[in-house]
Write a protein of this length. Structure first.
Length: 58
């Protein structure tokens, strides 16, 4: 896939967890993706983007 930002849709059944879809332009919904780690999700995501920009020389 590469080193970009991807979303993965999962489905959990009694038989296990299955990948349903991989998205190359995922939604990042406040209150959903950050429900567990809160602001840490957005801090890490921002750092990831900044590091990519720095590597490319902005």
């Amino acid at each position: 896939i590469g080193d970009g930002l991807y979303g993965v849709d999962l489905k959990e059944t009694k038989d296990g967890v299955f990948v349903i879809e991989v998205n190359d332009n995922p939604n990042l919904d406040h209150g959903w993706e950050d429900s567990g780690e809160k602001d840490e999700v957005w801090v890490r995501l921002t750092q990831w983007f900044l590091e990519r920009l720095d590597r490319q020389g902005r």
